[in-house]
Design a protein around this ligand. Structure first.
Ligand code: GDP
Length: 446
Protein backbone atom coordinates (compact mmCIF):
# COMPACT_ATOMS: atom_id res chain seq x y z
CA UNK A 1 0.00 0.00 0.00
CA UNK A 2 1.30 3.41 -0.88
CA UNK A 3 -0.39 4.68 2.24
CA UNK A 4 2.85 4.19 4.12
CA UNK A 5 4.40 6.92 1.97
CA UNK A 6 1.64 9.30 2.91
CA UNK A 7 2.21 8.52 6.58
CA UNK A 8 5.92 9.16 6.07
CA UNK A 9 5.33 12.52 4.38
CA UNK A 10 2.99 13.69 7.09
CA UNK A 11 5.34 12.55 9.85
CA UNK A 12 8.20 14.41 8.16
CA UNK A 13 6.13 17.58 7.93
CA UNK A 14 5.28 17.32 11.61
CA UNK A 15 8.87 16.59 12.56
CA UNK A 16 10.13 19.60 10.63
CA UNK A 17 7.69 21.78 12.45
CA UNK A 18 8.71 20.46 15.87
CA UNK A 19 12.29 21.43 15.10
CA UNK A 20 11.31 25.07 14.80
CA UNK A 21 12.03 27.05 17.95
CA UNK A 22 8.92 29.16 17.67
CA UNK A 23 5.74 27.86 16.15
CA UNK A 24 4.17 30.84 14.47
CA UNK A 25 1.59 31.27 11.76
CA UNK A 26 4.23 30.78 9.08
CA UNK A 27 5.63 27.52 10.47
CA UNK A 28 2.17 26.06 11.04
CA UNK A 29 1.13 27.17 7.54
CA UNK A 30 4.13 25.43 5.98
CA UNK A 31 3.41 22.28 7.92
CA UNK A 32 -0.24 22.23 6.85
CA UNK A 33 0.71 22.90 3.22
CA UNK A 34 3.10 20.00 3.35
CA UNK A 35 0.39 17.72 4.79
CA UNK A 36 -2.08 18.91 2.14
CA UNK A 37 0.39 18.16 -0.62
CA UNK A 38 0.85 14.65 0.75
CA UNK A 39 -2.91 14.09 0.88
CA UNK A 40 -3.42 15.38 -2.67
CA UNK A 41 -0.71 13.08 -3.90
CA UNK A 42 -2.60 10.24 -2.24
CA UNK A 43 -5.67 11.07 -4.29
CA UNK A 44 -7.71 12.81 -1.65
CA UNK A 45 -10.03 15.29 -3.34
CA UNK A 46 -8.86 18.92 -3.46
CA UNK A 47 -11.93 20.39 -1.77
CA UNK A 48 -11.66 17.95 1.11
CA UNK A 49 -8.02 18.82 1.65
CA UNK A 50 -8.83 22.52 1.69
CA UNK A 51 -11.69 22.05 4.17
CA UNK A 52 -9.42 19.98 6.31
CA UNK A 53 -6.80 22.74 6.44
CA UNK A 54 -9.44 25.20 7.54
CA UNK A 55 -10.74 22.88 10.24
CA UNK A 56 -7.29 22.09 11.61
CA UNK A 57 -6.56 25.76 11.90
CA UNK A 58 -9.70 26.08 13.96
CA UNK A 59 -8.65 23.26 16.30
CA UNK A 60 -4.99 24.16 16.69
CA UNK A 61 -4.44 27.05 19.01
CA UNK A 62 -1.06 28.64 18.36
CA UNK A 63 -0.74 30.03 21.84
CA UNK A 64 -1.09 26.65 23.50
CA UNK A 65 1.29 25.21 20.95
CA UNK A 66 3.98 27.75 21.68
CA UNK A 67 3.89 26.91 25.35
CA UNK A 68 3.26 23.19 25.11
CA UNK A 69 5.87 20.51 24.57
CA UNK A 70 3.74 18.15 22.53
CA UNK A 71 3.32 20.32 19.44
CA UNK A 72 3.68 17.50 17.05
CA UNK A 73 1.24 15.36 18.92
CA UNK A 74 -1.41 18.05 19.11
CA UNK A 75 -1.26 18.67 15.39
CA UNK A 76 -1.05 14.99 14.58
CA UNK A 77 -4.13 14.48 16.72
CA UNK A 78 -5.93 17.28 14.86
CA UNK A 79 -5.04 15.73 11.50
CA UNK A 80 -6.14 12.35 12.80
CA UNK A 81 -9.49 13.69 14.01
CA UNK A 82 -10.13 15.51 10.75
CA UNK A 83 -9.41 12.45 8.62
CA UNK A 84 -11.63 10.33 10.86
CA UNK A 85 -14.43 12.87 10.49
CA UNK A 86 -14.06 12.75 6.73
CA UNK A 87 -14.39 8.99 6.71
CA UNK A 88 -17.31 8.87 9.08
CA UNK A 89 -20.51 9.98 7.35
CA UNK A 90 -22.25 9.97 10.71
CA UNK A 91 -24.72 7.20 10.00
CA UNK A 92 -23.90 3.50 10.08
CA UNK A 93 -24.71 1.23 7.14
CA UNK A 94 -27.49 -1.33 7.27
CA UNK A 95 -26.15 -4.58 8.69
CA UNK A 96 -27.82 -7.88 7.84
CA UNK A 97 -29.15 -9.92 10.76
CA UNK A 98 -28.88 -13.68 10.96
CA UNK A 99 -32.20 -15.41 10.32
CA UNK A 100 -33.87 -12.22 9.08
CA UNK A 101 -34.05 -12.16 5.28
CA UNK A 102 -32.17 -9.28 3.68
CA UNK A 103 -31.37 -8.35 0.12
CA UNK A 104 -28.07 -6.66 -0.71
CA UNK A 105 -27.41 -5.33 -4.20
CA UNK A 106 -23.90 -4.67 -5.51
CA UNK A 107 -23.18 -1.91 -8.01
CA UNK A 108 -19.94 -0.66 -9.53
CA UNK A 109 -18.04 -0.39 -12.77
CA UNK A 110 -16.81 -3.45 -14.60
CA UNK A 111 -13.35 -4.38 -13.42
CA UNK A 112 -13.84 -2.78 -10.02
CA UNK A 113 -13.86 -6.21 -8.41
CA UNK A 114 -17.63 -6.34 -7.93
CA UNK A 115 -18.20 -10.02 -8.65
CA UNK A 116 -15.20 -11.08 -6.57
CA UNK A 117 -16.40 -8.85 -3.74
CA UNK A 118 -19.96 -10.29 -3.84
CA UNK A 119 -18.50 -13.70 -3.11
CA UNK A 120 -16.13 -12.38 -0.46
CA UNK A 121 -19.07 -10.67 1.23
CA UNK A 122 -21.16 -13.85 1.04
CA UNK A 123 -18.29 -15.99 2.34
CA UNK A 124 -17.60 -13.59 5.21
CA UNK A 125 -21.22 -13.83 6.34
CA UNK A 126 -21.36 -17.57 5.80
CA UNK A 127 -18.51 -17.93 8.27
CA UNK A 128 -20.50 -15.84 10.72
CA UNK A 129 -23.40 -18.31 10.51
CA UNK A 130 -25.53 -16.67 7.80
CA UNK A 131 -27.15 -18.58 4.96
CA UNK A 132 -26.09 -16.40 2.01
CA UNK A 133 -26.95 -16.84 -1.67
CA UNK A 134 -25.76 -15.17 -4.87
CA UNK A 135 -27.77 -13.98 -7.87
CA UNK A 136 -26.05 -12.96 -11.10
CA UNK A 137 -28.14 -10.17 -12.66
CA UNK A 138 -25.36 -9.14 -15.04
CA UNK A 139 -26.58 -10.21 -18.45
CA UNK A 140 -24.48 -7.71 -20.36
CA UNK A 141 -21.05 -9.19 -19.86
CA UNK A 142 -20.57 -12.59 -21.40
CA UNK A 143 -18.91 -14.78 -18.82
CA UNK A 144 -20.26 -12.88 -15.80
CA UNK A 145 -22.47 -15.79 -14.77
CA UNK A 146 -19.66 -18.30 -15.24
CA UNK A 147 -17.39 -16.25 -13.01
CA UNK A 148 -19.98 -15.93 -10.27
CA UNK A 149 -20.81 -19.61 -10.57
CA UNK A 150 -17.16 -20.59 -10.23
CA UNK A 151 -16.57 -18.37 -7.20
CA UNK A 152 -19.81 -19.47 -5.54
CA UNK A 153 -19.12 -23.15 -6.12
CA UNK A 154 -15.67 -22.85 -4.57
CA UNK A 155 -17.13 -21.21 -1.50
CA UNK A 156 -20.11 -23.63 -1.41
CA UNK A 157 -22.63 -20.80 -1.69
CA UNK A 158 -25.91 -21.36 -3.59
CA UNK A 159 -26.18 -19.25 -6.75
CA UNK A 160 -28.69 -18.37 -9.42
CA UNK A 161 -28.31 -17.05 -12.96
CA UNK A 162 -29.03 -17.86 -16.58
CA UNK A 163 -27.14 -18.26 -19.83
CA UNK A 164 -30.28 -17.66 -21.92
CA UNK A 165 -32.29 -14.94 -20.23
CA UNK A 166 -31.26 -11.43 -21.22
CA UNK A 167 -33.49 -9.47 -18.84
CA UNK A 168 -31.56 -8.77 -15.63
CA UNK A 169 -34.71 -7.71 -13.77
CA UNK A 170 -36.35 -11.03 -14.49
CA UNK A 171 -33.32 -12.98 -13.28
CA UNK A 172 -33.01 -10.88 -10.15
CA UNK A 173 -36.67 -11.45 -9.27
CA UNK A 174 -36.50 -15.18 -10.01
CA UNK A 175 -33.33 -15.52 -7.93
CA UNK A 176 -34.97 -13.67 -5.08
CA UNK A 177 -38.04 -15.92 -5.16
CA UNK A 178 -35.92 -19.05 -5.28
CA UNK A 179 -33.71 -18.11 -2.35
CA UNK A 180 -36.56 -16.72 -0.26
CA UNK A 181 -38.15 -20.15 -0.55
CA UNK A 182 -34.85 -21.68 0.55
CA UNK A 183 -34.80 -19.44 3.64
CA UNK A 184 -31.61 -17.67 2.65
CA UNK A 185 -31.13 -14.79 5.08
CA UNK A 186 -28.73 -12.85 2.85
CA UNK A 187 -29.55 -12.67 -0.84
CA UNK A 188 -26.78 -10.90 -2.74
CA UNK A 189 -27.46 -9.53 -6.21
CA UNK A 190 -24.56 -8.83 -8.55
CA UNK A 191 -25.46 -6.31 -11.26
CA UNK A 192 -23.93 -5.27 -14.54
CA UNK A 193 -20.92 -2.95 -14.54
CA UNK A 194 -20.91 -1.90 -18.16
CA UNK A 195 -23.31 -1.04 -20.97
CA UNK A 196 -23.18 0.46 -24.39
CA UNK A 197 -24.03 3.75 -22.78
CA UNK A 198 -23.64 4.95 -19.25
CA UNK A 199 -27.28 6.03 -19.11
CA UNK A 200 -28.41 2.48 -19.91
CA UNK A 201 -26.26 1.08 -17.13
CA UNK A 202 -27.78 3.39 -14.55
CA UNK A 203 -31.30 2.78 -15.86
CA UNK A 204 -30.80 -0.96 -15.52
CA UNK A 205 -29.52 -0.52 -11.97
CA UNK A 206 -32.63 1.49 -11.12
CA UNK A 207 -34.93 -1.16 -12.55
CA UNK A 208 -33.24 -4.02 -10.69
CA UNK A 209 -33.41 -2.02 -7.46
CA UNK A 210 -37.06 -1.20 -8.00
CA UNK A 211 -37.95 -4.84 -8.57
CA UNK A 212 -35.90 -6.29 -5.71
CA UNK A 213 -36.18 -3.52 -3.10
CA UNK A 214 -32.74 -4.12 -1.58
CA UNK A 215 -32.15 -3.38 2.09
CA UNK A 216 -28.69 -2.16 1.15
CA UNK A 217 -26.97 -1.08 -2.06
CA UNK A 218 -23.20 -1.47 -1.89
CA UNK A 219 -21.01 0.52 -4.25
CA UNK A 220 -17.77 -1.29 -5.09
CA UNK A 221 -14.88 0.92 -6.10
CA UNK A 222 -11.40 0.09 -7.31
CA UNK A 223 -9.03 1.68 -4.80
CA UNK A 224 -6.51 2.52 -7.48
CA UNK A 225 -8.62 4.84 -9.64
CA UNK A 226 -7.16 7.92 -8.02
CA UNK A 227 -8.75 11.33 -8.32
CA UNK A 228 -11.61 9.94 -10.44
CA UNK A 229 -13.03 8.38 -7.26
CA UNK A 230 -15.25 11.26 -6.24
CA UNK A 231 -17.03 11.69 -9.57
CA UNK A 232 -17.51 7.99 -10.07
CA UNK A 233 -18.92 7.49 -6.59
CA UNK A 234 -21.22 10.47 -7.01
CA UNK A 235 -22.56 9.18 -10.32
CA UNK A 236 -23.53 5.89 -8.69
CA UNK A 237 -25.00 7.62 -5.68
CA UNK A 238 -27.25 9.70 -7.91
CA UNK A 239 -28.70 6.65 -9.66
CA UNK A 240 -28.94 4.10 -6.88
CA UNK A 241 -29.49 4.73 -3.22
CA UNK A 242 -25.99 3.65 -2.25
CA UNK A 243 -25.84 2.88 1.47
CA UNK A 244 -22.30 1.56 1.84
CA UNK A 245 -18.99 1.42 0.01
CA UNK A 246 -16.40 -1.32 -0.42
CA UNK A 247 -12.96 -0.34 -1.70
CA UNK A 248 -11.05 -3.08 -3.49
CA UNK A 249 -7.42 -3.67 -4.42
CA UNK A 250 -5.96 -1.88 -1.45
CA UNK A 251 -3.19 -4.47 -1.49
CA UNK A 252 -1.59 -3.14 -4.65
CA UNK A 253 -0.48 0.33 -5.60
CA UNK A 254 -3.69 2.01 -4.54
CA UNK A 255 -3.08 5.14 -2.57
CA UNK A 256 -6.17 4.70 -0.46
CA UNK A 257 -7.10 8.36 -0.46
CA UNK A 258 -9.93 7.53 -2.88
CA UNK A 259 -11.75 5.98 0.05
CA UNK A 260 -12.12 9.40 1.59
CA UNK A 261 -13.54 10.79 -1.63
CA UNK A 262 -16.01 7.92 -2.02
CA UNK A 263 -17.36 8.47 1.48
CA UNK A 264 -17.72 12.18 0.82
CA UNK A 265 -19.47 11.60 -2.51
CA UNK A 266 -21.89 8.92 -1.32
CA UNK A 267 -22.24 10.08 2.29
CA UNK A 268 -22.02 6.38 3.09
CA UNK A 269 -19.48 4.52 5.17
CA UNK A 270 -16.83 2.19 3.83
CA UNK A 271 -17.72 -1.17 5.38
CA UNK A 272 -15.04 -3.50 4.00
CA UNK A 273 -11.85 -3.30 1.99
CA UNK A 274 -10.49 -5.87 -0.46
CA UNK A 275 -6.84 -6.68 0.08
CA UNK A 276 -6.22 -9.41 -2.50
CA UNK A 277 -7.78 -11.67 -5.07
CA UNK A 278 -8.40 -14.51 -2.66
CA UNK A 279 -11.80 -14.97 -1.06
CA UNK A 280 -10.63 -14.26 2.47
CA UNK A 281 -8.55 -11.22 1.59
CA UNK A 282 -11.30 -9.04 2.84
CA UNK A 283 -11.21 -6.90 5.95
CA UNK A 284 -13.81 -5.10 7.98
CA UNK A 285 -13.15 -1.42 7.67
CA UNK A 286 -12.75 0.56 10.86
CA UNK A 287 -12.17 4.26 10.51
CA UNK A 288 -9.70 4.80 13.34
CA UNK A 289 -7.22 2.01 12.62
CA UNK A 290 -7.35 2.90 8.93
CA UNK A 291 -6.49 6.53 9.55
CA UNK A 292 -3.82 5.49 12.02
CA UNK A 293 -2.25 3.42 9.31
CA UNK A 294 -2.71 6.23 6.83
CA UNK A 295 -0.74 8.47 9.15
CA UNK A 296 1.76 5.78 9.95
CA UNK A 297 0.75 5.91 13.59
CA UNK A 298 -0.54 2.35 13.94
CA UNK A 299 -3.00 2.59 16.72
CA UNK A 300 0.04 2.38 18.79
CA UNK A 301 0.33 5.59 20.67
CA UNK A 302 -2.58 4.65 22.91
CA UNK A 303 -1.49 1.06 22.97
CA UNK A 304 2.01 1.84 24.18
CA UNK A 305 0.69 3.95 27.00
CA UNK A 306 -1.61 1.15 27.96
CA UNK A 307 1.10 -1.47 27.77
CA UNK A 308 3.10 0.56 30.22
CA UNK A 309 0.14 0.79 32.56
CA UNK A 310 -0.71 -2.84 32.65
CA UNK A 311 2.29 -4.88 31.76
CA UNK A 312 4.99 -5.96 34.18
CA UNK A 313 7.96 -3.70 33.43
CA UNK A 314 10.34 -6.58 32.72
CA UNK A 315 8.14 -7.86 29.89
CA UNK A 316 7.77 -4.55 28.09
CA UNK A 317 11.05 -4.41 26.14
CA UNK A 318 10.47 -7.92 24.83
CA UNK A 319 7.02 -7.16 23.50
CA UNK A 320 8.18 -3.88 21.97
CA UNK A 321 11.04 -5.66 20.22
CA UNK A 322 8.72 -8.35 18.90
CA UNK A 323 6.31 -5.75 17.61
CA UNK A 324 9.12 -4.03 15.77
CA UNK A 325 10.23 -7.33 14.27
CA UNK A 326 6.73 -8.08 13.10
CA UNK A 327 6.92 -11.59 14.56
CA UNK A 328 3.62 -12.65 15.95
CA UNK A 329 3.64 -16.18 17.32
CA UNK A 330 0.83 -18.00 19.05
CA UNK A 331 2.77 -17.64 22.29
CA UNK A 332 2.83 -13.89 21.92
CA UNK A 333 -0.91 -13.97 21.36
CA UNK A 334 -1.34 -16.16 24.44
CA UNK A 335 0.69 -13.74 26.58
CA UNK A 336 -1.38 -10.83 25.31
CA UNK A 337 -4.60 -12.64 26.12
CA UNK A 338 -3.30 -13.31 29.61
CA UNK A 339 -2.42 -9.66 30.16
CA UNK A 340 -5.74 -8.52 28.78
CA UNK A 341 -7.78 -10.84 30.97
CA UNK A 342 -6.05 -9.47 34.04
CA UNK A 343 -7.19 -5.99 33.29
CA UNK A 344 -10.90 -5.91 33.99
CA UNK A 345 -12.81 -3.90 31.40
CA UNK A 346 -10.82 -4.92 28.40
CA UNK A 347 -12.90 -3.61 25.55
CA UNK A 348 -11.13 -0.29 25.75
CA UNK A 349 -7.68 -1.79 25.41
CA UNK A 350 -8.81 -4.03 22.63
CA UNK A 351 -9.91 -1.07 20.61
CA UNK A 352 -6.28 0.02 20.46
CA UNK A 353 -4.88 -3.27 19.30
CA UNK A 354 -4.96 -3.31 15.54
CA UNK A 355 -7.32 -5.96 14.33
CA UNK A 356 -8.66 -6.98 17.71
CA UNK A 357 -11.48 -4.59 18.29
CA UNK A 358 -14.10 -5.21 15.66
CA UNK A 359 -13.77 -8.92 15.15
CA UNK A 360 -12.84 -10.43 18.44
CA UNK A 361 -14.36 -7.86 20.69
CA UNK A 362 -17.31 -6.09 19.09
CA UNK A 363 -18.56 -3.14 21.10
CA UNK A 364 -21.20 -4.21 23.60
CA UNK A 365 -20.19 -7.86 23.34
CA UNK A 366 -17.15 -7.79 25.59
CA UNK A 367 -18.46 -10.71 27.68
CA UNK A 368 -18.68 -13.01 24.67
CA UNK A 369 -15.28 -11.76 23.54
CA UNK A 370 -13.82 -12.61 26.89
CA UNK A 371 -15.34 -16.12 26.79
CA UNK A 372 -13.86 -16.59 23.33
CA UNK A 373 -10.41 -15.58 24.55
CA UNK A 374 -10.64 -18.10 27.39
CA UNK A 375 -11.67 -20.78 24.90
CA UNK A 376 -8.72 -19.92 22.66
CA UNK A 377 -6.40 -20.09 25.62
CA UNK A 378 -7.62 -23.57 26.60
CA UNK A 379 -6.87 -24.69 23.07
CA UNK A 380 -3.41 -23.12 23.17
CA UNK A 381 -2.77 -24.90 26.47
CA UNK A 382 -2.84 -28.15 24.51
CA UNK A 383 -0.17 -27.01 22.10
CA UNK A 384 3.48 -27.91 22.25
CA UNK A 385 6.19 -25.29 22.77
CA UNK A 386 7.26 -25.72 19.16
CA UNK A 387 3.75 -24.99 17.94
CA UNK A 388 3.41 -21.91 20.11
CA UNK A 389 6.75 -20.50 19.00
CA UNK A 390 6.49 -21.34 15.32
CA UNK A 391 6.13 -18.72 12.63
CA UNK A 392 5.53 -21.36 9.98
CA UNK A 393 1.83 -21.67 9.17
CA UNK A 394 2.42 -25.05 7.50
CA UNK A 395 3.36 -26.59 10.84
CA UNK A 396 -0.28 -26.95 11.80
CA UNK A 397 -1.01 -30.20 10.01
CA UNK A 398 -4.29 -32.05 10.23
CA UNK A 399 -2.92 -34.56 12.73
CA UNK A 400 -1.68 -31.78 15.00
CA UNK A 401 -5.04 -30.04 14.84
CA UNK A 402 -6.86 -33.27 15.72
CA UNK A 403 -4.47 -33.85 18.64
CA UNK A 404 -4.96 -30.30 19.95
CA UNK A 405 -8.76 -30.59 19.68
CA UNK A 406 -8.72 -33.86 21.63
CA UNK A 407 -6.32 -32.53 24.22
CA UNK A 408 -8.36 -29.42 24.88
CA UNK A 409 -11.74 -31.13 24.72
CA UNK A 410 -12.79 -28.87 21.88
CA UNK A 411 -14.10 -29.44 18.38
CA UNK A 412 -11.72 -29.41 15.42
CA UNK A 413 -13.80 -26.49 14.18
CA UNK A 414 -12.88 -24.50 17.32
CA UNK A 415 -9.17 -25.11 16.77
CA UNK A 416 -9.48 -24.05 13.14
CA UNK A 417 -11.41 -20.99 14.21
CA UNK A 418 -8.67 -20.02 16.66
CA UNK A 419 -5.95 -20.55 14.05
CA UNK A 420 -7.86 -18.42 11.54
CA UNK A 421 -8.11 -15.63 14.08
CA UNK A 422 -4.41 -15.94 14.81
CA UNK A 423 -3.54 -15.83 11.11
CA UNK A 424 -5.66 -12.74 10.61
CA UNK A 425 -4.00 -10.97 13.52
CA UNK A 426 -0.53 -12.10 12.51
CA UNK A 427 -1.11 -10.64 9.05
CA UNK A 428 -2.22 -7.38 10.51
CA UNK A 429 0.64 -7.19 12.98
CA UNK A 430 3.15 -8.04 10.32
CA UNK A 431 2.32 -4.69 8.77
CA UNK A 432 3.95 -3.09 11.77
CA UNK A 433 7.26 -4.58 10.88
CA UNK A 434 10.00 -2.02 10.96
CA UNK A 435 8.00 0.20 13.20
CA UNK A 436 10.30 2.54 15.06
CA UNK A 437 10.06 2.02 18.75
CA UNK A 438 10.90 4.97 20.93
CA UNK A 439 14.04 4.27 22.95
CA UNK A 440 12.45 4.62 26.34
CA UNK A 441 9.30 2.85 25.20
CA UNK A 442 7.33 6.05 25.57
CA UNK A 443 5.19 7.20 22.68
CA UNK A 444 4.00 10.34 24.35
CA UNK A 445 6.91 12.38 22.98
CA UNK A 446 6.27 11.48 19.37
P1 GDP B 1 -16.07 -6.93 -11.85
O1 GDP B 1 -15.92 -6.77 -13.32
O2 GDP B 1 -16.28 -5.62 -11.19
O3 GDP B 1 -17.08 -7.95 -11.45
O4 GDP B 1 -14.64 -7.39 -11.32
P2 GDP B 1 -14.05 -8.80 -10.98
O5 GDP B 1 -14.65 -9.32 -9.73
O6 GDP B 1 -14.10 -9.66 -12.18
O7 GDP B 1 -12.55 -8.40 -10.64
C1 GDP B 1 -11.67 -7.84 -11.58
C2 GDP B 1 -10.25 -8.26 -11.23
O8 GDP B 1 -9.86 -7.66 -10.02
C3 GDP B 1 -10.10 -9.75 -11.04
O9 GDP B 1 -8.88 -10.15 -11.61
C4 GDP B 1 -10.06 -9.90 -9.51
O10 GDP B 1 -9.35 -11.05 -9.12
C5 GDP B 1 -9.36 -8.64 -9.12
N1 GDP B 1 -9.68 -8.21 -7.74
C6 GDP B 1 -10.88 -8.03 -7.14
N2 GDP B 1 -10.73 -7.58 -5.88
C7 GDP B 1 -9.39 -7.48 -5.65
C8 GDP B 1 -8.59 -7.06 -4.53
O11 GDP B 1 -9.06 -6.67 -3.46
N3 GDP B 1 -7.22 -7.09 -4.72
C9 GDP B 1 -6.66 -7.50 -5.89
N4 GDP B 1 -5.33 -7.50 -5.98
N5 GDP B 1 -7.38 -7.87 -6.95
C10 GDP B 1 -8.72 -7.88 -6.84
Amino acid sequence: MVLAQLGGSISRALAQMSNATVIDEKVLGECLNEISRALLQSDVQFKMVRDMQTNIRKIVNLETLAAGTNKRRIIQQAVFTELCNMLDPGKPAFTPKKGKPSVVMFVGLQGSGKTTTCTKYAYYHQRKGFKPSLVCADTFRAGAFDQLKQNATKAKIPFYGSYMESDPVKIAVEGLERFRKDNSDLIIIDTSGRHKQEAALFEEMRQVAEATKPDLVIFVMDGSIGQAAFDQAQAFKQSASVGAVIITKLDGHAKGGGALSAVAATKSPVIFIGTGEHIDEFEIFDVKPFVSRLLGMGDLSGLMDKIQDVMPADQQPELLAKLAEGTFTLRLLYDQFQNLLKMGPIGQVFSMLPGFSSELMPKGHEKEGQAKIKRYMTIMDSMTAAELDSTNPKLMTESRIIRIARGSGRQIRDVMDMLEEYKRLAKMWSKMKGLKMPKNGKMSDL
